[in-house]
Design a protein. Structure first.
Length: 218
């Protein structure tokens, strides 16, 4: 992968995108935008991990669906090596899990691939200036998630955050093993949380706990 030398007066952007056509289009948009310069293009995380610590781009624009490490894992590897670099996701995924895992990994922005050229460039400028650009649908989901969290906290003030997460998964019909996999904890730990939930809700069964959950949130 060829790395271009960026001008001191321009904002250097590196692209990590496995689709060659998309990669070329994005590079063209960036190079044509005033004050921007495409530093490098990468088809996979391995190439980016090898090149970017030396290239030191101001911004990395990357997809989640990469052929080796995914984009979220890629940020996790690159962030310690490039603490000053801003990472912005550009992806087709609009679900909450991908959004929040990306932000937790260190992404400052999250854009969908249908983002128009002008909006994309404006978002990169916003990220460079310290903002957190998000597509409208993504921002709405983030807000809704916080609103739901506040409602649950008010409905179950005695439950710790993790206990609320376990209860929500119980209400969705998840088995203990599935809850453990979803929250990345052990099955015995799930059992411990559920015993605490039963005690705090003063119930003796899953059905009663779920019924109380639905009643308080209705």
């Amino acid at each position: 992968m060829q790395v271009k030398q960026m001008s001191k007066s321009s904002i250097g952007v590196s692209i990590i995108e496995n689709d060659a056509t998309t990669r070329q289009i994005l590079a063209g948009w960036i190079n044509q935008a005033k004050g921007f310069h495409c530093v490098s293009k990468h088809a996979n995380a391995a190439s980016a991990l090898l090149q970017l610590p030396e290239a030191k781009p101001a911004i990395v624009l990357l997809d989640i669906d990469l052929p080796d490490l995914n984009g979220i894992q890629c940020i996790g590897r690159l962030k310690p090596l490039l603490p000053e670099t801003q990472f912005v996701m550009l992806t087709v995924h609009e679900d909450g899990d991908h959004i929040f895992e990306s932000l937790a990994a260190g992404a400052v922005g999250y854009l969908i691939k249908e983002t128009p050229r002008e909006e994309l460039i404006a978002s990169l400028k916003e990220a460079h200036e310290g903002g957190s650009p998000m597509s409208g649908s993504i921002a709405r989901k983030v807000v809704q998630s916080f609103q739901r969290a506040l409602v649950k906290k008010a409905a179950f003030p005695d439950l710790a955050e993790r206990e609320q997460e376990v209860l929500e998964l119980l209400a969705q019909g998840f088995y203990y093993k599935e809850i453990a996999q979803s929250l990345r904890i052990s099955v015995p730990t799930v059992s411990t949380y559920i015993r605490r939930i039963y005690n705090k809700l003063r119930v003796r069964s899953r059905a009663r706990a779920v019924a109380k959950y639905n009643q308080r949130l209705s």
